[in-house]
Ligand binder design. Structure first.
Ligand code: AP5
Ligand code: MG
Length: 221
């Protein structure tokens, strides 16, 4: 399956993507995680991305689209992928459509995670992220690591993302409403959007998502 996950910052995209990708046997591709990996490796792309991410703004389309295309063209994504954080505006959505069309492929679904803003604020305030891999995500209250400050998955140090400060979160939410939400209408016009509430326990949301996506059990990815 080829799926796009969409939802405000802190909705639980990364958390859900980890479970859904495993269940559906497709790679989880997060542009935010790819940028953070570039930042920790101190690449030129990382330096450029950081200057936008720290302000809660979008990284320019040209570099973002090139990076996403490069990742999607890797062999593990041949039979499908779960995109988290891409596309993030209509220009990126059009670029993705073009790319898929050129390969004779199309998206199967756009999964829209709905969460009230006050919940988003709570989730982000308590989030702790692994320094080794920002796909490893915890919460001081809702998803406690076994040992405080240590990643259950790889033993890495848990920290608070630089863009999780109150002022930056406010900006990220504004950017979400003005730039990212329009892609929901763009995909509605293609009949691709399934909306679920992302409230409740993590496993309940995963179950809801799987039911909404109703993947076939016959190996069709
Ligand atoms: P990105 O990394 O994509 O951040 P985001 O969209 O703001 O989303 P988050 O990662 O903050 O939240 P999430 O929905 O993944 O929630 P999570 O699962 O962690 O992007 C960061 C920046 O990179 C952007 O601002 C931009 O600058 C740049 N960027 C990235 N992609 C780009 C693009 N395409 N174009 C341009 N720029 C781009 O969950 C949050 C917390 O809640 C966790 O602590 C978790 O444990 C907890 N939680 C999850 N589910 C539940 C639940 N059901 N109940 C209780 N707690 C829960
Ligand atoms: Mg995330």
């Amino acid at each position: 399956m080829r799926i796009v996950l969409v939802g405000p910052p802190g909705a639980g995209k990364g958390t859900q993507a980890a479970f859904l990708a495993k269940k559906l046997s497709i790679p989880h591709i997060s542009t935010g995680d790819l940028f953070r990996a570039n930042i920790s490796q101190q690449t030129e792309l990382g330096k450029l991305a950081k200057s936008y991410m720290d302000k809660g703004e979008l990284v320019p389309d040209e570099v973002t689209i090139a990076m996403a295309k490069d990742r999607m063209s890797q062999s593990d994504a041949e039979n499908g992928f779960l995109l988290d954080g891409f596309p993030r505006n209509v220009k990126q959505a059009e670029a993705l459509d073009e790319m898929l069309k050129a390969e004779g492929m199309k998206l199967d679904a756009v999964l829209d995670l709905e969460v009230p803003e006050e919940e988003v604020v709570k989730r982000i305030a308590g989030r702790r992220t692994c320094r080794n891999d920002s796909a490893h995500v915890f919460h001081v209250e809702y998803k406690k690591p076994k040992s405080e400050g240590v990643c259950d998955v790889c033993g890495g140090e848990l920290y608070q993302r630089e863009d999780d400060s109150e002022a930056t979160v406010r900006k990220r939410l504004e950017v979400y409403h003005t730039q990212t939400e329009p892609i929901i209408d763009y995909y509605k016009a293609q009949g691709l959007v399934v909306t679920i509430t992302a409230m409740g326990k993590v496993e309940e949301v995963t179950q809801r998502a799987l039911e909404a996506l109703h993947p076939k059990d016959d190996g069709d990815k």
